[in-house]
Design a protein around this ligand. Structure first.
Ligand code: F3S
Length: 426
């Protein structure tokens, strides 16, 4: 039963149920009180009228590179005060590969220890230490219409667009609050009327490789910013293509939801995607736009590379299978780091399929729990003389130069593997 509960001197009336009210009044312990204070404040800012229960949380701020000392201490304090998560909660990508007990990559020991502290604190509260940005490939899979509270931009946009679940872009504190209380204020993308398309993107070129979807996303994200694009003219797209598209849209822009006519669940037709209204903007994506986006993502004049990073977002089993096939019987050039980043459950499957052995025999690594952006790469780059990186991910190509001053080559996975074998971008 919902009751009216006034706060902030009645300026806003937010309907809280009995349990939510008890949490706010401190009757369920200090962590839930703090969490409810954060959420009611958020509801006040955005004019929410009620809280909506969430069925799952995906926790950003799970890497100590992001959380830092203050964030780690805050989560530890919540755990020490016996905070408990209510909905199923998975942890986003961390800073180090905790599955590699010998730390063969050589993550700085201080970072490894701090990451273990942060992960343990989340685990004490009930968090699942998945440490991946593809929770939907590893057990956190909401259905269409479910309300969830997810962080990590590539996962958020996948949940909204491909699964048809409802989530806003949660940051560390609000996702933690949602996990502790099981609810979020009903505003933004939790409301159906805010989910209609705003920008029409007519796609005129074939998208032949998954990185082509990333290039399209990079192009559209720059123009859409936080608006919702609707893509028309895409004939086919699988899960890997859709995750690449979303990750790029959420990198060059702040897009949290997209539609593809005839493919994603809220866009059976163009009219349905726009809810019968006209687009605010119409974009054309042809060869000229594609070539321009490629040129922007390839930010180096040097041909030599020292690192190849694949799996941003974390690689699926099908992507790993393709990489293993391309590497079979070949050898990564001496001195080149080849990272295939994925979630631990996917690595386990890849081991069973023999893909891990093939990749390792060729001189590559399967890296779990972390990635090039959320790991402490400065130390690793300095130690290994890494200056230039090749990737098939538009998201990684977009962030790596600013985050770590890496020069970037961007292209299809096949070209990236050739670069790993030859040490040069062709
Ligand atoms: Fe995932 Fe890291 Fe890329 S969190 S989307 S692999 S930047």
């Amino acid at each position: 039963m919902c009751i009216k509960y006034e706060f902030n001197k009645g300026a806003i009336i937010l309907r809280l149920n009995e349990e939510q009210k008890a949490m706010l009044e401190g009757k369920r312990g200090a962590p839930k009180k703090k969490a409810m204070e954060i959420l009611t404040k958020l509801g006040e800012i955005y004019g929410a009228e009620e809280m909506v229960p969430v069925t799952s949380v995906h926790m950003p701020g799970s890497s100590v590179v992001v959380a830092g000392h203050a964030g780690t201490k805050f989560v530890e304090d919540m755990a020490a005060q016996k905070g408990k998560f209510l909905p199923f909660t998975t942890l986003n990508t961390g800073a180090c590969d905790l599955s590699d007990e010998k730390n063969t990559i050589g993550f700085p020991e201080a970072k490894v220890e701090m990451q273990k502290r942060l992960t343990t604190a989340y685990e004490k509260m009930g968090g699942c230490p998945l440490h991946s940005c593809v929770p939907y490939l590893a057990g956190n899979l909401p259905r269409q219409g479910e309300h969830v509270a997810w962080g990590e931009s590539s996962a958020i946009i996948f949940a909204n667009s491909v699964l048809g679940a409802y989530t806003n872009r949660e940051g560390g504190p609000t996702a933690l609050a949602a996990a502790l209380t099981g609810c979020v204020p009903a505003y933004g993308l939790h409301l159906k009327e805010n989910r209609r398309g705003q920008v029409l993107v007519n796609v005129h070129v074939p998208l032949d490789d998954i990185n082509e979807f990333g290039t399209l996303g990079y192009f559209a994200g720059q123009i859409c910013e936080d608006r919702i694009p609707v893509f028309a003219g895409i004939k086919q797209a699988g899960i890997d293509e859709l995750k690449m598209l979303g990750a790029a849209l959420a990198s060059s822009g702040a897009v949290a939801l997209y539609h593809i006519v005839g493919i994603t669940p809220e866009a059976p037709t163009l009219e349905a995607a726009f809810n019968g209204l006209r687009p605010q903007t119409v974009l054309e994506y042809g060869k000229a736009q594609r070539d321009e986006a490629y040129a922007k993502l390839n930010r180096t004049g040097e041909d030599e590379i020292q690192m190849v990073a694949l799996g941003c977002p974390h690689a699926s089993i099908r992507e790993i299978a393709e990489i293993a096939e391309l590497l079979s019987g070949r050898r990564v050039k001496r001195g080149i780091q080849l990272w295939v980043m994925t979630a631990l459950p996917i690595k386990t499957m890849a081991e069973r399929m023999g893909y891990v052995k093939t990749i390792q025999e060729a001189g590559g690594r399967i890296v779990c729990d972390t990635c090039v952006i959320l790991g402490p790469m400065k130390e690793i780059m300095e130690r290994n003389g890494l200056r230039s990186l090749a990737t098939n991910s538009a998201k990684l190509a977009h962030y790596a130069p600013g985050q770590w001053d890496l020069k970037v080559h961007y292209g299809p996975v096949r070209t990236c593997i050739e670069a790993a074998v030859n040490g040069r971008w062709n």
